[in-house]
Design a protein around this ligand. Structure first.
Ligand SMILES: Cc1cc2nc3c(=O)[nH]c(=O)nc-3n(C[C@H](O)[C@H](O)[C@H](O)COP(=O)(O)O)c2cc1C
Length: 150
């Protein structure tokens, strides 16, 4: 079974909806995807499953409240997971300027500090450009999933 865990950060539901659409698509493709809406550190330390971050950005380039406890615990404890594959999908709005898609950078930095291995380039989805984040996320995630499987 090709397991994938999605760490969701969402304020208004866009990133959560995107994560659910990803689950539907990848499950159909034969993966087994868990969508973690309120992740805790144990969700990742108890296994070596590839991780997909799917988060929006809030405040001034910050991680949404539902993902924040996980992010803080990750930074504080830095459980080492050398080589563990992860990918990043981040929703933002380019009108925020310097903090555009900042939550994705924060999550990426924290995961790099655990020695996890990033697969693919971050997909940054701009709310100014699209009202349907899943239409950008689904083709990207199919490529990403096949990259982690090789
Ligand atoms: C209060 C607030 C602050 C935001 N701050 C940022 C920001 O700093 N950088 C950014 O790229 N987008 C920012 N956004 C845009 C959201 O990330 C974007 O609208 C996203 O699609 C929301 O996804 P969600 O429905 O999962 O929360 C902000 C939106 C709101 C309402």
């Amino acid at each position: 079974m090709k397991d994938i865990r999605i760490l969701v950060g969402s304020v208004y539901g866009g990133a959560l909806m995107t994560a659910k659409a990803i689950k539907q698509t990848l499950d159909t493709d034969g993966y087994s995807v868990s969508v973690l809406e309120n992740p805790v550190l144990e969700d990742i330390t108890s296994n070596t499953t590839p991780l997909l971050v799917c988060t929006s950005t809030t405040g001034q380039g910050e991680v949404p409240g539902n993902l924040l406890p996980f992010y803080v615990a990750l930074r504080e404890q830095l459980p080492q997971q050398p080589g563990r594959p992860f990918g990043v999908i981040v929703l933002g709005d380019s009108s925020y300027g310097d903090t555009f898609c900042g939550a994705g950078e924060l999550m990426e930095e924290a995961l790099y500090e655990t020695a996890a291995r990033k697969v693919g380039d971050t997909l940054c989805i701009d709310a100014l450009e699209t009202q349907e984040p899943e239409s950008e996320a689904l083709p990207w995630v199919r490529d990403w999933a096949s990259s982690i499987s090789t």
